[in-house]
Design a protein around this ligand. Structure first.
Ligand code: GLU
Length: 423
């Protein structure tokens, strides 16, 4: 079938992208127009502006958002992002993607996302803590273990989650570990959570290879992004026998046809904070990384990296999305026409939220699992989700994004219509 991609005169922002992906699937599923309208609308949005005292004594005003897209399947779940150009529309898109991601994985959650417009890199720990505690206070009316559970995303990490948990706990007067996931192990985190997203990307890449009659063993891989998702994915893919030939971060990348020494690259990043000047390969730009002659491409940086401008030059036959929204709808269309398989974000990077769900369950039960139990359960859920999406893709003779959306959207739509409209 045609992918019915909406054409617009200017590049879509992430929210327009998310809406047009939903609209495509609504048409395919012949979704009731009322249900479609409900799914298009974020349920709750909160924007806050708040002051934080900086180390030099000055006051700075920050803007943050928390969007809960849909609560049809349960409390909402989704990360908190710190990035200089976060907008409400971007957070809306990310919240909607969480709704589909949770539904596809069969988790009892709706989708949410939060963001603060700040570049965390130049900040001191004290400033970061101040921003986090004040943001947590501002959005505390929305969050809680039974309402909305944040987690790490771009620019945030387990320490930020610990401050969030502590702030909410101080307000309550007792410790509420289940209010946030992705926490350090010492304060109610789960074994396996740090690696979970990358592990899920590696597992889905393996499953996709098997379906396509290929193997991860010896496959040439390029990974865009060397944060938590990209670095762990690269490491686990190499451990699975793939040859990781290129990686990059915001400053650019590194290419070695023979395969990179990832221990060296990870060590360099730890010491220097970024990859610029890293030895062991030729320096390349992010743009060059995307069009390298590889078997498998993992965009694990951010949205809108593969667009109609560079999609025709992509040489990988398989793309597995570690980031959220790295391929635009126009690029999806071009890649589909060129026979490039794209395993979509809402399936491929679901490992993070799946282990977040395990963390929440462990916190609520105050009963903790070992790492092998976490990893086994993760693999079981990922492979069930992969098979369900694969079957839907075959059934509708479409690409895997639309196949995945068909699964997620119909689950949320079914829950919405069974629950009925209040009052
Ligand atoms: N930020 C991650 C994502 O986009 C994880 C969300 C979570 O664990 O709740 O899926």
């Amino acid at each position: 079938m045609s992918l019915m991609t909406d054409r617009v005169d200017r590049p879509q922002n992430a929210w327009e992208m998310a809406l047009s992906q939903l609209d495509n699937v609504a048409a395919l599923l012949r979704l009731d127009p009322g249900l479609h309208a409900i799914l298009r609308s974020p349920k709750r949005e909160l924007t806050v502006h708040f002051p934080v005292q900086m180390d030099d004594g000055s006051l700075r005003i920050f803007t943050g958002h928390r969007v809960q897209h849909n609560t049809g399947l349960g409390p909402t779940k989704g990360g908190l992002r710190y990035s200089a150009d976060v907008t409400l529309d971007e957070v809306r898109a990310l919240a909607m993607w969480m709704t589909w991601k949770c539904a596809i994985a069969g988790l009892p959650y709706g989708g949410a996302k939060g963001g603060v417009a700040v570049d965390p890199r130049p900040l001191s720990l004290r400033e970061l803590e101040g921003i986090t505690r004040r943001y947590a206070t501002e959005v505390s009316v929305l969050i809680g273990p039974e309402r909305d559970i944040p987690a790490p995303d771009m620019g945030t990490n387990p320490q930020v989650m610990a401050w969030l948990m502590d702030t909410i706990s101080m307000h309550h007067g007792y410790t509420v570990t289940g209010v946030v996931t992705g926490k350090p192990l010492a304060v109610g985190g789960s074994q396996g959570r740090v690696e979970a997203t990358g592990r899920g990307v590696m597992l889905t890449a393996g499953m996709a290879c098997r379906k396509l009659g290929r193997s991860l063993e010896g496959a040439r891989v390029a990974v865009q992004g060397f944060g938590n998702v990209g670095a762990v994915t690269a490491r686990l893919l190499a451990r699975a026998g793939a040859r990781v030939v290129a990686v990059s971060d915001i400053t650019g990348g590194l290419y070695n046809e023979q395969g990179l020494d990832l221990a060296l690259v990870e060590g360099y990043k730890l010491d220097h904070r970024d990859l610029s000047g890293c030895p062991g390969g030729d320096a390349i730009t992010n743009e060059e990384l995307l069009t390298l002659p590889v078997d498998l491409l993992i965009p694990a940086a951010m949205e809108k990296q593969i667009t109609e401008a560079n999609a025709p030059r992509i040489r990988a036959r398989l793309i597995v999305e570690g980031a959220n929204g790295p391929v635009t709808p126009e690029a999806d269309h071009i890649l589909h026409e060129q026979g490039v398989r794209v395993v979509p974000d809402v399936l491929a990077n679901a490992g993070g939220v799946i282990v977040s769900y395990f963390e929440w369950v462990q916190d609520i039960q105050a009963f903790f699992w070992d790492e092998s139990e976490v990893n086994q359960r993760l693999e079981r859920i990922m492979s069930r989700a992969f098979e369900t999406v694969w079957d839907a893709t075959e059934k509708y003779q479409t690409n895997m994004r639309i196949g995945a959306y068909a699964v997620g959207v119909s689950r949320v739509a079914e829950a919405t219509s069974i629950r009925g409209i209040y009052p």
